[in-house]
Design a protein around this ligand. Structure first.
Ligand SMILES: Nc1ncnc2c1ncn2[C@@H]1O[C@H](COP(=O)(O)OP(=O)(O)OP(=O)(O)O)[C@@H](O)[C@H]1O
Length: 207
């Protein structure tokens, strides 16, 4: 599967955030979107996920050369980001059961196995609303790691994680390459994207 950006551009009001973005992203590869705060990393991720429309140019998803309609992009992707909202009224058990029905986990992982994987067994019955920010981030990343879809978007993946959490992230993000998924990391911290062979520099799209 591949995602193709041709002369893609985005502006908010009269301010162009990104222009002339030409990229070809293919499954089995890791891409790091890098740049300073406010350079447009999250914006580019949202454009590629179909959450925001481009103001010029074109973004397409292709599988075996066939075009995938923008309304169907969401079926192929998962994302973790600090701004992603969780269903705070659910307990962790309820959330994971709901999530696995919505988009199945790899290898038919059970709810209990998923919670073990996320290292959140102690909080299985706790409301998500009462999770710490690091626990919420672990949960979002666990969903991103275990959901059986070809495209994985990780924006600022280690925000709020402690040392153990960062190590857990680094071990598991590598496995996404083994499963042939496409991984995009939006980051300004090199330890989050050492595995990415392609660096996409936001500064290149400011011309
Ligand atoms: N909905 C919006 N309306 C207006 N401006 C926006 C909107 N969303 C983002 N921007 C602007 O777009 C620019 C890029 O923001 P973006 O969040 O993509 O940057 P980033 O590289 O992800 O930053 P950070 O590293 O701080 O997370 C910023 O100037 C921001 O203020």
């Amino acid at each position: 599967m591949e995602i193709i950006l041709e002369n893609a551009g985005k502006k908010f009001s009269t301010e162009w955030i990104l222009r002339r973005v030409d990229l070809r992203l293919t499954t089995g590869n890791g891409y790091a979107f890098v740049g300073a705060n406010g350079s447009g990393k999250s914006t580019l991720i949202k454009l590629i996920m179909g959450q925001l429309p481009v103001n010029e140019g074109l973004i397409t998803y292709r599988r075996d050369a066939a075009l995938i309609h923008v309304d169907d992009w969401h079926r192929y992707l998962v994302m973790a980001a600090p701004y992603l909202e969780l269903i705070e009224e659910f307990t962790l058990l309820e959330f994971v059961a709901f999530q696995s029905r919505f988009k199945p986990f790899k290898g038919a992982l059970s709810v209990e196995e998923f919670i073990d994987f996320a290292q959140l067994s102690h909080a299985a019955g706790k409301l998500i609303r009462h999770f710490s920010s690091g626990m919420k981030q672990r949960l979002k990343l666990a969903v991103a790691f275990q959901t059986d879809v070809p495209l994985v978007f990780l924006d600022e993946p280690t925000s709020n994680l402690d040392h153990n959490g960062i190590r857990w992230y680094q071990e598991n993000v590598l496995r996404l390459m083994d499963t042939g998924q496409l991984v995009v990391v939006g980051s300004n911290q090199p330890e989050e994207y050492t595995f990415c062979k392609s660096l996409v520099k936001m500064a290149d799209y400011k011309r």
